[in-house]
Design a protein around this ligand. Structure first.
Ligand SMILES: C[S@@+](CC[C@H](N)C(=O)[O-])C[C@H]1O[C@@H](n2cnc3c(N)ncnc32)[C@H](O)[C@@H]1O
Length: 288
């Protein structure tokens, strides 16, 4: 059964055609991307939901001795600093490495995580794309939190991550399903990256193709879009730009209006809050 009404499917088709007719679709620049990401996350309850799940199901089950953790596409470290906090409370030694090509985000990662540095904790970041350096049997835990979409070859990246795990180590991929909120980003990304986007189904297909056992969990969440429509505020515009993955104010007016109409059509009223469903899937795979 389709997720969309006939009218919504028509709107998606019309947005798709309009996007195809555009020249270049610029991705958000580094500093603006980092700003939009944090405003977007601050208006969603997805990150707290994910963090609660990680603390209860991952960190609390890891060895209390020494662990090496890699976060691929760590961004500003807003997520990882919380994971490091849980790890530090449990483990004798933690080595935490971030990989992040956005140098502004990488510097913020070091600053955010740096406050937890001590004899027990070592933090570092590589300002590069994942895959530029290879790792073998090095990590107890590798995280891709909402980052795998941006990689050029996601199949290779998962294979490289499995090689980078120590035996018994775990790969965790956090990724959105190809559902309502991501419909527009999907259309933009396909043009920006000149290849199909990845969503939960693709991760599932990769693990199945490799014959790897994995577990998956859905975390349901909502994005507060009160500030996004009508007389929008700067925060509202940041949220829309992150949803669309490009500057909405640089799109033709007709397309911008269609995007707003589509987003409003998938929104739900919860008391005084207008929300967009913001579910996320977590895949975990242990190296044998
Ligand atoms: C949506 S953000 C997620 C950040 C962080 N993990 C979080 O959950 O807050 C995706 C991150 O992936 C990074 N990224 C983009 N291309 C990448 C690549 N080729 N290798 C590693 N990270 C990449 C982006 O710069 C961005 O910081």
């Amino acid at each position: 059964m389709s997720l969309y009404t006939a009218h919504q499917s028509k709107m998606i088709g019309s947005i798709d055609r309009a996007v195809t007719g555009l020249g270049e679709i610029h991705p958000l620049n580094n500093s603006y991307y980092a700003q939009c990401l944090e405003i977007f996350e601050a208006n969603s309850d997805q990150r707290p939901g994910l963090l609660g799940w990680f603390e209860a199901n991952v960190v609390s089950k890891m060895s209390q001795d020494a662990n090496t953790i890699l976060s691929v596409g760590c961004g500003t470290g807003a997520f990882d600093e919380r994971i490091l906090g849980y790890a530090r409370a449990r483990m004798n030694q933690v080595r935490y490495l971030g990989i992040e090509p956005n140098e502004i985000s990488a510097a913020e990662f070091l600053q955010a995580m740096g406050s937890q540095r001590c004899d027990q904790v070592d933090v570092s970041v590589l300002v590069q794309r994942f895959g530029e350096q290879t790792f073998e049997n090095e990590f107890d835990l590798i995280l891709f939190v909402q980052s795998i979409y941006y990689l050029e070859d996601r199949n290779d990246a998962i294979d490289a991550a499995m090689r980078a795990l120590k035996p018994g180590g775990e790969l965790i991929i956090v990724i959105a399903p190809d559902e309502e909120l991501n419909t527009i980003a999907n259309l933009m990304w396909q043009r920006q990256m000149e290849q199909k986007s990845w969503f939960s189904d693709n991760v599932r297909a990769h693990f199945d193709a490799r014959g790897l056992d994995y577990e998956e969990t859905r975390v349901n969440a909502n994005l507060n879009v009160n500030e996004c429509f009508g007389e929008s505020t700067e925060e509202g515009r940041n949220i829309v730009d992150f949803i669309v993955q490009t500057r909405a104010d640089q799109l033709p007016t007709g397309l911008r209006n269609d995007i707003s109409e589509f987003l409003m059509s998938i929104s739900e009223e919860q008391g005084t809050t207008t929300c967009l469903p913001h579910p996320v899937d977590i895949f975990r795979c242990k190296k044998g």
